[in-house]
Ligand binder design. Structure first.
Ligand SMILES: [Zn+2]
Ligand SMILES: [Zn+2]
Length: 444
């Protein structure tokens, strides 16, 4: 019975809370997550899962239980962010000055997935399920690369359904899109060095070419729409004014909600780079450092996620937790809560002690930060959702988030996500037709 999932998760909350806290206490940045990967894979192995390493990605793994079709997978993450070390308290107090911290709550993301597959596994033999349950330990989300590296090793090729979640300042589900796509393009101009006064008639300054490129990027901003962004930075701009720079790079980051628009902007940036090199009389090379696609939500999976989200009872917080959240909310810029509440059409009754208590449903929860999960969504049927963790209006990647990810509010958030995902995996494992519908929609 499906209700047994919730009972099992409630009874075993402490073991999952311990995993999440152990990872929180040993934060490791992208591709250095040895401890997190080991802690989770050893736990799942002890629970009877087969553990498969991923070639050339040492901090990734795939845990599997059962066999045959359908193959239902939860994507987990566990990397921390540099300089986000923070104690569980309401003032900026790093545990280690300059050290990393879980300011995006990835210690909770991965561990909720571990808990969900563990609960479904518990029922698997008892209820005679058919099919395969997988947990993907995905490193380096913060560097946008983990799932793409894993994708190259073909670990998602036979997957029928992929789900992931993220803590956020709201609980919600998007029917169409959540993450935007992102490209990071490195344009390196190379010219000739020499005394600036004696510069050749036909140019050759890499810095000049780079400056022109920045002008091109700024001009392009006039022609791109809402929810599209262009950012840049430059490196190797030279050492003295009286010497032409030999090599200067411009890193252009593009964010767009539509894959076609993203690729079109990339094409335009390539043309601009070519033009700038011609004007300045330099050579240029282009290297794509990241290419992330916006997520493609599968409506069949979204409906199943929505159904399971609605089964969740309203969250309950202790007086201490309410006080903790209220103190952190005081650190928000003025009007932040109101702005987010109005963006998502959240009624006042749905916010208690600054925390979101309801479920937002929108066609899109356009959220400009990108995620490498979007690339997986372009490969297999995919769905994602959000569970409320910080006060409404608080963004990710701040010390307050590290504090929350290590607190009991974090554990509650994680266990709510685990319950939703366990329910979703159960629904797909026990309803072959549902899997077919999701796959058919993906293949259109
Ligand atoms: Zn993040
Ligand atoms: Zn994140």
């Amino acid at each position: 019975m499906k209700e047994n999932l919730t009972t099992f998760l409630d009874e075993h909350t402490q073991s999952y809370a311990d995993i999440a806290k152990d990872i929180w206490e040993r934060p490791q940045t992208a591709l250095n997550e040895e401890y997190a990967a080991k802690r989770q894979s050893e736990f799942l192995e002890s629970r009877g899962f087969r553990i498969n390493a991923v070639k050339d990605v040492p901090t990734a793994f795939v845990a599997e239980y059962g066999s045959g079709d359908p193959v239902i997978g939860i994507l987990g993450e566990y990397d921390a962010l540099p300089d986000m070390s923070q104690k569980v308290c309401t003032e900026r107090t790093p545990i280690e000055a300059g050290g990393p911290g879980h300011a995006c709550g990835h210690n909770l993301i991965g561990t909720a997935g571990v808990a969900a597959v563990d609960a479904v596994k518990e029922l698997y033999d008892k209820e005679g399920f058919k099919g395969t349950i997988r947990y993907y330990g995905c490193p380096a989300e913060e560097r946008y690369s983990g799932k793409i590296l894993m994708q190259k090793e073909k670990v998602f090729d036979d997957l029928d359904i992929a789900i992931i979640w993220h803590p956020q300042d709201i609980t919600g589900i998007s029917r169409k899109q959540y993450y935007s796509g992102l490209t990071m393009m490195k344009v390196e101009f190379s010219g000739e060095t020499g005394h600036s006064v004696a510069a050749k008639n036909y140019g050759g300054s890499a810095l000049q070419a780079a400056n022109l490129m920045v002008g091109g990027i700024n001009a392009m901003r006039e022609y791109i729409w809402d929810y599209h962004r262009l950012h840049y930075y430059m490196s190797d701009t030279g050492q003295t004014a009286n010497l032409l720079s030999k090599s200067t790079s411009v890193y252009c980051e593009t964010r767009a909600t539509d894959v076609d628009v993203l690729l079109k902007i990339k094409e335009r940036l390539t043309e601009i780079a070519e033009g700038c090199a011609k004007i300045a009389g330099t050579d240029f090379t282009i290297e794509m450092e990241d290419e992330l696609y916006s997520d493609k939500e599968n409506s069949v999976i979204v409906e199943v996620l929505k159904h399971n989200l609605q089964l969740l009872p309203r969250p309950e917080y202790t007086d201490g937790e309410k006080e903790f959240a209220a103190k952190l909310a005081e650190t928000l810029p003025e009007g932040a809560e109101k702005k987010v509440a109005s963006f998502y059409n959240i009624d006042k009754e749905q916010i208690e002690n600054h925390l979101h208590m309801g479920v937002v449903e929108k066609d899109d929860l356009i959220y400009l930060p990108a995620d490498d999960a979007g690339n997986v969504s372009q490969q297999v049927p995919f769905g994602t959702f959000l569970i409320s963790l910080p006060p409404v209006g608080m963004p990710m990647h701040c010390w307050q988030m590290t504090a929350l990810a290590g607190s009991s509010i974090g554990t509650k958030c994680m266990m709510r996500a685990a319950k939703v995902m366990a329910g979703v995996v159960y629904d797909f494992l026990t309803d072959e037709k549902l899997v077919q519908e999701a796959v058919e929609e993906f293949n259109i």
